[in-house]
Design a protein around this ligand. Structure first.
Ligand code: MN
Length: 327
């Protein structure tokens, strides 16, 4: 049994899409898909080490999946691992083939695109836009002579697929990421999907625009020259839109760091806490991962990171350390 393990965002879904559409890759006959909401990155432990003979792992931090990876390798499971998040120590094994690059301007779909020598570059461009890698996406689009109208459509597609990955649980999402992947697998050319009436593209677009419209009412918690933090309601629409809304804020003020916070439902015996998504300034893509990792339940990449459960009493500490870091 082969397992495809992938992040439920645009980058994870489209990385797998390129591999499964490919005529260059040997395709597994029997596959189990493992994915989840974008934040759910401890996915590798869901692979059944007794059933698995091989696994493809995409767009989830090796550091966060190290234990499960080591166990699978010990059980002689062959692993193909492609990712751009923090790696931590990389296990040495002849059963592990990896493409790992933590450069802030690359993403898993771009690494897969290189691996496939551009076989599905149109999809890769959409994924890079979806992961908010504007510069890399535009450079690749230019290299392949896409018009600016085509670029905007691919950007929309990437943003909408990415938007679908955000939520506390898959119940918040419009499509389960595994279902969305299966739908997209019908299109080797994303423009075919974009031009189809009543397509998934249009369904996601309508939902995205409705949620973004609501997000414009977000409360500003703090704002200074280097940092802005806003709070969204604890409702499914807000949990869905938080990530892409953060990208929008970042694009509007490229020299500022941005945080989007949503209040978590208080758990029994616990005070209020926040889910935090932090983006480094686009002009200075560093530090976000370390800043978040210095708080309990935090982590991520240099350019974009998060904290799953920031206690209310640490809020001002967090604001201070982010403002100071980027000042
Ligand atoms: Mn990614």
């Amino acid at each position: 049994m082969h397992y495809d393990v992938f992040n439920g965002d645009a980058d994870g879904i489209i990385a797998l899409l390129q591999l499964r559409l490919s005529k260059k890759e040997a395709q597994p006959s029997e596959v189990t898909l493992i994915t989840g909401v974008k934040r759910d990155i401890s996915l590798l432990k869901q692979v059944d080490a007794n059933l698995a003979t091989s696994a493809t792992v995409l767009d989830i931090s090796l550091e966060k999946n190290n234990d499960a990876l080591v166990q699978l390798l010990e059980k002689e499971v062959n692993i193909f691992y492609v990712d751009h998040h923090r790696t931590g120590d990389i296990p040495q094994s002849k059963r592990l083939v990896s493409l790992l690059d933590t450069d802030a301007n690359t993403c898993t779909s771009l690494l897969v695109n290189n691996h496939l020598s551009g076989e599905f570059v149109t999809w890769a461009i959409a994924a890079a836009f979806g992961d908010n890698m504007q510069t890399s996406a535009e450079a690749l689009a230019k290299q392949y002579h896409f018009t600016s109208a085509q670029q905007s459509l691919l950007k929309e597609l990437g943003v909408y697929i990415n938007y679908n990955g955000y939520g506390r649980s898959v119940d918040d999402l419009h499509f389960h990421p595994a279902d969305l992947f299966k739908k997209l697998l019908n299109y080797s050319d994303p423009f075919e999907l974009i031009n189809e009436p009543d397509s998934v593209f249009l369904q996601l677009k309508d939902a995205y625009l409705a949620d973004m419209n609501k997000a414009k009412t977000a409360k500003v918690l703090t704002e200074n020259a280097s940092f802005k933090a806003v709070q969204l309601a604890d409702e499914p629409w807000a949990r869905r839109v938080s990530g892409v809304f953060g990208n929008d804020l970042a694009n509007a003020s490229p020299n500022k760091a941005h945080a989007v916070l949503t209040l978590n439902e208080s758990t029994l015996n616990a005070g209020n806490s926040y889910t935090v998504s932090l983006r480094a300034p686009l002009s200075n893509k560093q530090g976000a991962g370390e800043l978040c990792a210095s708080f309990p339940t935090g982590g991520g990449r240099a350019a974009a990171a998060g904290i799953n459960d920031l206690p209310q009493e640490m809020l001002s500490d967090f604001f201070d350390s982010v403002s100071k870091y980027y000042a």
